[in-house]
Design a protein around this ligand. Structure first.
Ligand SMILES: C[S@@+](CC[C@H](N)C(=O)[O-])C[C@H]1O[C@@H](n2cnc3c(N)ncnc32)[C@H](O)[C@@H]1O
Length: 217
């Protein structure tokens, strides 16, 4: 079956920017205390439940996978872009990174303690999100946690230039309520959310939603 054009565009764009993206965002989390707070809460919950590893889905260069690893979480990364996976493997040789797509994960049912989607669903058209969230639900163990970060808003923006390269890639900004509703429809129950104001380099507020697959308490 041929791939949707948004998947081809996303892979090609991130293959193009991988090296520069990795360098530009290498220390970005250090200046984002709210973002780190959500990651710390996620790490603590996943570790307390001990229900399995975390897949960082759409991991890019693996900077957040490595951050989770430093917090003591067993984490591995998956990304659509072979160049991103290569950059992640080179930067973090002790961690595992695989190629794959969030719409069709090569992971067993109920096998993960956590799923992290850190700004990785932002190129997926909203009408495809039910497929992605169904995959997240499928691979999470009962009681497993999801943390998803995205750009809050209600519009599609065409990126023509990013990380020093010309490209053509859609970014979807979404209302947090809409994302929470879609997660609920997939069987994932919201447990926390943070919407923070943009910093100097961000045009819109940033949203972080935590959800859980029902099961173990
Ligand atoms: C904005 S970057 C974020 C990367 C990383 N999470 C970070 O914060 O540095 C988006 C990443 O999601 C990946 N991605 C987008 N759609 C994907 C899909 N369908 N399956 C897997 N990865 C995907 C892209 O290849 C890219 O590396």
């Amino acid at each position: 079956m041929s791939e949707p054009s948004y998947v081809r565009a996303t892979r090609a764009s991130y293959d193009t920017v991988a090296v520069d993206y990795a360098e530009l965002l290498r220390t970005e989390l250090a200046a984002k205390p709210y973002d780190r707070a959500m990651l710390a809460a996620f790490a603590e919950l996943v570790q307390a439940d001990g229900a399995g590893p975390v897949a960082d889905i759409g991991c890019g260069p693996g900077r957040v996978t490595a951050h989770l690893d430093a917090l003591g979480v067993s984490a591995f990364g998956i990304d659509l872009s072979p160049a991103m996976v290569a950059v992640a493997r080179q930067a973090h040789p002790k961690l595992r990174f695989d190629e794959g797509s969030m719409t069709d994960l090569d992971l067993k049912d109920d096998s993960l303690g956590g799923v992290l989607a850190w700004y990785s669903t932002v190129h997926t058209p909203p009408e495809v999100l039910p497929v992605v969230f169904a995959e997240f639900h499928r691979v999470l163990a009962p009681g497993g946690h999801l943390l998803i970060a995205f750009k809050a808003g209600d519009e599609r923006v065409r990126l023509e230039h990013a990380y020093g390269h010309a490209l053509s890639l859609d970014v979807y900004r979404l209302p947090p309520d809409r994302v929470a509703e879609e997660l609920g429809r997939a069987g994932l129950v919201e447990t926390a959310r943070l919407v923070r104001e943009p910093d100097l380099r961000e045009p819109t507020p940033q949203a972080f939603l935590m959800a859980r697959k029902p099961g173990n308490s």
